[in-house]
Ligand binder design. Structure first.
Ligand code: NAD
Length: 481
């Protein structure tokens, strides 16, 4: 079985205690690799390397840090096919998606922050004729980047690129469920002339080495993306230690469809919003709200399209939906579907596991599922499922659409579909979400702030927001006379 190693102080390293975790291919249900189940000892080495590397890296010019990130982007692009294949095998997502979204985005993240390193600037504030303030933006030190399994290298690079661009050194902890592409990436670091200790990648369980990383007193900041309960745990663990925290967490995002929407485009795109990556994207629209006068027609057309989605081997061209990340997650999703029925919901399509022949016979597949007839406040409409399951609900008017959208403890994203743009913009303003799309979904400009309100997040990533997060402002006031 293939072995995955930590990357510490410029070199690959086996875990100090020689403990390993099985890594599974979701499409086959079989273990195909082993990854370190790292411990505090591995972390100690990573911390010491990152601390030694900090001063020289912080003193490196922004232009040189940018060159390093650009070299990494080039190396990822040269191996795009290998990375996409590895990401698909590790996550169960369709290869086509990894090729068209995940891996291009890794290179884009690295290039974007290569540029940001040089373009990031600080403010100065003149005080009449008497004095001037200028604000320095200094790197923080050693920072932790903790990422989830749904977009493994995409989200890891979204964190490490700004952290490094700003002059920090990093200890990254990828999800234990999807360590492969972070490992392949670590093997490129020395070729890109990333100095030893600048980026350390430590693999292992969240409750193990993840928690130990959060508990390190020397860590200056934690950038985390994952579930809300884990985010809460990290906030509790760090309370009183005043570390900078950026928490990107779960969502239960509304998709608001007005009767005057562009019909075919809305169906295509709301289907994409519902089921991309098997619904395992934090931004997926899992509560579809449809205006009464077109509710029945929309439900019929949407369900017909959902039924046409091909659930298949992620490596085979033509598969729209791959496997869910783990057997436990597949079971959780199926339990959620059962709960929806217990709550009075009617399953309009899907609702069951999909059994494929051949190499995927033991894989963790669930059919795209659409459920109707549930009230807004039931658990199915309140709790994140993070799978190929959506509910569909009618609404009368703009006010009701907004009220239903906001009846959630989450506030990550929303999409609004309609041709009355003024109305869409009014709704966009009143919806409680960090990201709102009008007549589009998951269209991302890397300069814009990304993150959620309420239980979905604390802080924002993206553009200069990330550069601000990964730096400490220091104001210097100079009097002239
Ligand atoms: P998770 O919270 O279980 O794990 C995320 C990461 O945190 C993993 O690396 C895990 O090992 C680590 N971790 C777990 N417990 C930890 C602890 N006590 N201390 C430190 N680290 C710990 O999340 P997941 O299941 O990997 O990902 C799915 C979740 O991520 C969903 O809720 C989804 O909505 C969310 N997500 C949010 C965004 C966003 O931008 N808001 C993006 C993608 C995914």
């Amino acid at each position: 079985m293939e072995k995955i190693y930590n990357y510490i102080d410029g070199d690959v390293a086996a875990p100090a205690e020689d403990r390993w975790l099985d890594v599974f291919e979701p499409a086959t249900g079989q273990a195909y690799a082993r990854a370190p189940d790292s411990s505090a000892d591995d972390l100690k080495k990573a911390m010491s390397a990152a601390q030694s590397a900090f001063d020289p890296w912080a003193a490196t010019s922004a232009a040189e840090r940018g060159r390093v990130l650009n070299r990494l982007a080039n190396l990822v692009e040269e191996r795009a096919a290998e990375f996409a294949q590895a990401e698909s095998v590790d996550t169960g997502k369709p290869l086509r998606l990894a090729e068209s979204v995940d891996i291009p985005r890794v290179a884009a993240n690295l290039r974007f922050y290569a540029g940001a390193a040089e373009h990031f600037a600080s403010e100065s504030h003149a005080m009449g004729q008497d004095a001037i303030n200028y604000t320095l933006r200094e790197p923080l030190g050693v920072v932790a980047c903790i990422s989830p399994w749904n977009l493994p290298l995409y989200l890891l690079s979204w964190k490490i690129a700004p952290a490094l661009a700003a002059g920090n050194t990093v200890i990254a902890k990828p999800s234990e469920l999807t360590p492969m592409t972070a490992y392949l990436f670590s093997r490129l670091l020395s070729r890109a002339n990333v100095p030893p200790g600048v980026l350390n990648i430590v693999h292992g369980r969240g409750a193990g080495v993840g928690q130990a990383l959060v508990d390190q007193t020397e860590i200056a900041a934690i950038s985390f993306t994952g579930g809300t309960s884990t985010g809460k745990q990290i906030a509790k663990s760090t309370a009183g230690r005043f570390k900078k925290l950026s928490l990107e967490m779960g969502g239960k995002n509304p998709t608001v469809v007005f009767a005057d929407c562009d019909w075919d485009r809305t169906l295509d795109q709301t289907l994409r919003a519902a089921f991309t990556n098997q619904g395992e994207v934090c931004l997926c629209g899992s509560r579809i709200l449809v205006q009464n006068e077109v509710y029945e027609r929309f439900r019929e057309d949407f369900v017909a399209r959902a039924k046409q989605l091909v659930v298949g081997d992620p490596l085979v061209n033509g598969s729209d939906q791959g496997a869910l990340i783990s057997a436990a997650h597949r079971d959780k999703v199926l339990d959620c579907i059962q709960l929806a029925q217990d709550e009075g919901g009617e399953v309009l399509c899907g609702g069951t596991p999909v059994n494929l022949p051949g190499r995927c016979a033991e894989g963790w597949f669930v059919a795209p599922t659409v459920i109707e007839g549930l009230p807004a406040q039931c658990r199915t409409n309140q709790e994140e499922i993070f799978g190929p399951v959506v509910t569909i609900m009618p609404f009368d008017d703009e006010d009701e659409a907004i009220a239903l959208s906001n009846q959630s403890t989450y506030g990550l994203a929303a999409s609004i579909w309609g041709s009355d743009v003024t109305r869409c913009l009014r709704v966009a303003r009143r919806i409680e979400a960090g990201l709102v799309w009008v007549n589009t979904w998951m269209m991302r400009d890397l300069r814009t702030p990304m993150g959620g309100m309420k239980q979905s997040g604390m802080g924002r990533e993206g553009g200069f927001e990330s550069m601000r997060f990964f730096t400490e402002p220091k104001n210097v006031c100079v009097r002239y006379d």
